[in-house]
Design a protein around this ligand. Structure first.
Ligand SMILES: O=C(O)c1cccc(C(=O)CC[C@H]2O[C@@H](n3cnc4c(=O)[nH]cnc43)[C@H](O)[C@@H]2O)c1
Length: 231
């Protein structure tokens, strides 16, 4: 599909769960002016994220009010020490980390098998502006179908993706849907836990949701001036 360059700015923010949706939406209410922003909880994992996002984008287009920008947002795991708990990451690269094949030589991404894509790149100027607005770090955010639960897996991921700052479960799915519709995509993660040995009780979900909400409160001016043709 072709980009909707002449459309009025309309932003779709896709979160995994309702708590993330509410954190984002709560920061946007009360803004007197700004872009049209819809926040949708599309489910956990890349498949649910792709399906839910693609459906919303198709509905917007069918209604004659197409979206112009898609954002994957939520909490995530942070690679230590670069992305501490409570910090924010804006992805300059959205990479699926476990889509491929195990071979005798190790993991081969689907692109190495001759299929598809494993990385989508958000518009660099928009990444910079959003990161500056909220004080986020920028780097790769990995999409995984299985939450990392060991130091060994964390180290292996970092070895394969040295620029990775965070991992989550939806970004690549959201990005695939956006690309299908010819739209730019962003990913914003608030770090709730370190990537590493599983300790679910120690996840700082409340702190991460607050950080996510604060970030979106600061995004409004950037998103307001955002058009697709100048990125
Ligand atoms: O239990 C709650 O109150 C609650 C509130 C908000 C979000 C959650 C989730 O469990 C969200 C799951 C969502 O979080 C991402 N995530 C967070 N940490 C990691 C990680 O270390 N590795 C991968 N994904 C992570 C992920 O995108 C999930 O969809 C619970």
């Amino acid at each position: 599909m072709t980009p909707h360059a002449a459309s009025a700015p309309r932003v779709l923010v896709a979160t995994a769960v309702p708590a993330e949706r509410d954190a984002v939406a709560g920061a946007l209410t009360g803004a007197a002016t700004g872009p049209s922003v819809d926040v949708l909880a599309v489910g956990v994992g890349p498949a649910a994220a792709a399906a839910g996002t693609a459906t919303a984008l198709a509905r917007g287009a069918a209604e004659g009010r197409p979206y112009t920008l898609v954002v994957s947002a939520g909490i995530g795991g942070g690679f230590q020490p670069d992305a501490p708990v409570g910090s924010l990451v804006v992805a300059d690269e959205i990479t699926v980390a476990d889509l491929g094949a195990e071979t005798p030589e190790g993991f081969t991404p689907v692109t190495g098998l001759g299929f598809g894509a494993v990385t989508h790149r958000p518009p660099p100027s928009l990444v910079r502006e959003l990161a500056d607005a909220c004080g986020a770090a920028t780097g790769a955010v990995l999409t995984v179908s299985t939450v990392t639960g060991s130091a060994g897996r964390a180290a292996a991921l970092r070895l394969r993706h040295p620029r990775a700052l965070a991992e989550a479960m939806e970004g690549f799915g959201v990005a695939e849907a956006a690309v299908l519709h010819g739209l730019p995509v962003l990913e914003v993660r608030a770090v709730s836990n370190p990537v590493g040995p599983r300790d679910r009780a120690a996840w700082r979900i409340g702190d991460a949701l607050s950080a996510l909400s604060d970030a979106f409160g600061k995004f409004t001016p950037v998103l307001r001036s955002c058009t697709t043709h100048d990125r």
